[in-house]
Ligand binder design. Structure first.
Ligand SMILES: Cc1cc2nc3c(=O)[nH]c(=O)nc-3n(C[C@H](O)[C@H](O)[C@H](O)COP(=O)(O)OP(=O)(O)OC[C@H]3O[C@@H](n4cnc5c(N)ncnc54)[C@H](O)[C@@H]3O)c2cc1C
Length: 424
């Protein structure tokens, strides 16, 4: 295999563009196979969409997200104990005009009776709806993953209707929750993706690292040989032999893996088909006391917000002593409600006075997830057609599924394909 000088420091075989979890996973698999690899990251830190800012003692994830311990890639490559994970209460609370109702798998959770209470027919759904959901959940939980992956792909709305769930139940209970997962409000996302996510939720635990979601990519980066990641090294363009850096200078390698988000990937590889994306905005508020003494996701049946949670209940490290941190997300990154409007809705959802809550951060993520309209392939080759010179690859969640699992799996696939092509 050809080894060519990269940046005058030491030769590398492969350049990976982007230090999100896909690029980090790819680099790690290549390094473990003995390949010289360098990761070029445009920003000042690793993690991409999974970063955490620390501001005035608050940990602010750059857009609220949850970490699922049952994703196969997560189980395979992350030492979970090192993340000091803090669990959410299984299930969720739904704010309805009649008050808050708990929606949970009754076999789990700290309060089994609480879970059951929420599932009493009539409170959130009819006996028929709950039975249909039970059958769907049993299949998603226990069927082999390959069965779910090979199932017909249609919209999640159609799949729920075909499973016997009434439109009212889907709209009132599942839609508020799933819109926070898909970042769209019409349940038009691929049903295959839905079944896999539902399975992972039933099998795993939703949690967050004590140090914030950014601890996940930080742990991946820690596993790389020292000096592998070069920060503030944005790639301007791909060249025949490697890449051109935005700051000047050309680096050469036998292979280049573009592991950016879909927008940047399209700019670097114009032949790549465009991928529409979903946007989200997360508002963070500091409150003098916790408005809900439980680490539980609260959704809104009126769908004014996607979800809200008292993050300092999930992990006390999320807020300085004496303060509570509340995260609230809404769909979209433009024309979103003002912070004051969000606070007014929160007063109703938490049934408390929010006048003295202080805004501590607002994150607008325009390219949060790929829009996974059916039929959505769960995995795609990372190989790009090319002529002579450096081989080109593309990976990231937009090449698999919009999730940590999808991004890691796509990075792993890129590494496998690079290794096969370079005949290592
Ligand atoms: C608000 C939000 C909530 C989410 N919630 C969940 C959730 O609950 N569960 C879940 O599983 N997933 C969730 N996700 C999705 C998950 O975070 C992503 O799928 C995953 O992080 C994508 O990783 P990636 O490596 O593919 O891309 P990215 O994280 O986008 O990484 C790309 C990297 O490339 C860098 N880059 C871009 N252009 C260049 C360039 N020209 N040169 C060099 N570097 C460049 C970027 O700076 C970035 O670091 C959420 C995402 C968001 C934003």
């Amino acid at each position: 295999m050809a080894v060519v000088a990269a940046d005058g420091v030491e030769p590398v075989d492969v350049l990976v563009v982007g230090a999100g979890v896909a690029g980090l996973a790819c680099a790690r698999d290549l390094a473990e196979a003995g390949i010289g690899v360098r990761v070029l990251e445009g920003s000042d830190g690793v993690g991409g969409r999974m970063r955490t800012d620390v501001r005035d003692g608050f940990r602010l994830d750059r857009g609220f997200q949850v970490f699922n311990t049952s994703y196969p890639q997560v189980k395979r490559r992350l030492e979970l104990r090192a993340l000091r994970l803090r669990p959410f209460t299984p299930g969720m609370l739904v704010h309805t005009p009649e008050g808050r109702v708990r929606f949970a798998d009754p076999s789990r959770g700290p309060d089994r009776l609480g879970g059951l209470a929420g599932l009493v027919p009539g409170r959130l759904g009819s006996a028929r709806d709950l039975a249909a959901l039970g059958v769907l959940s049993g299949r998603d939980m226990f069927a082999p993953a390959r069965v779910l992956k090979r199932g017909a792909d249609r919209t999640t709305r159609t799949a729920l209707a075909d499973a016997g769930l009434s439109e009212e139940f889907a709209d009132r209970v599942l839609r508020p929750f799933l819109s926070g997962v898909f970042l769209e409000d019409d349940l038009e996302t691929s049903s295959r993706f839905f079944h896999l996510v539902w399975r992972s939720m039933l099998r795993g635990t939703l949690c967050l690292p004590a140090d914030g979601i950014g601890a996940v990519p930080a742990l991946l980066a820690d596993g790389l040989p020292p000096g592998t990641v070069r920060l503030e090294s944005a790639v301007e363009a791909l060249t025949g032999d490697g890449v051109l850096l935005a700051g000047g200078g050309e680096l050469r390698a036998a292979a280049v893996v573009v592991a950016t988000g879909p927008g940047a990937a399209g700019r670097l590889l114009p032949e790549l088909p465009a991928v529409p994306t979903r946007a989200v905005t997360t508002y963070y508020h500091s409150a003098p006391a916790s408005p809900l003494a439980e680490p539980v996701l609260l959704t809104d049946s009126a769908r004014r917000v996607l979800n809200t949670v008292v993050l300092s209940e999930v992990g006390p490290t999320y807020a300085p002593p004496g303060r509570a941190l509340v995260s609230t997300s809404v769909l979209g990154a433009a024309d979103t409600p003002t912070e004051a409007e969000v606070r007014r809705v929160l007063a109703e959802l938490y049934d408390t006075v929010t006048r003295d809550w202080e805004p501590v951060g607002e994150y607008r993520v325009a390219e949060a997830l790929p829009a996974m309209a059916p039929p959505w392939p769960l995995t795609r080759t990372t190989r790009m057609e090319g002529g002579a010179g450096a081989r080109r690859y593309v990976c990231g969640d937009h090449r698999a599924t919009g999730s940590v699992q999808g991004a890691l799996a796509s990075g792993a696939r890129a590494a496998r394909e690079v290794l096969a092509d370079l005949e290592v």
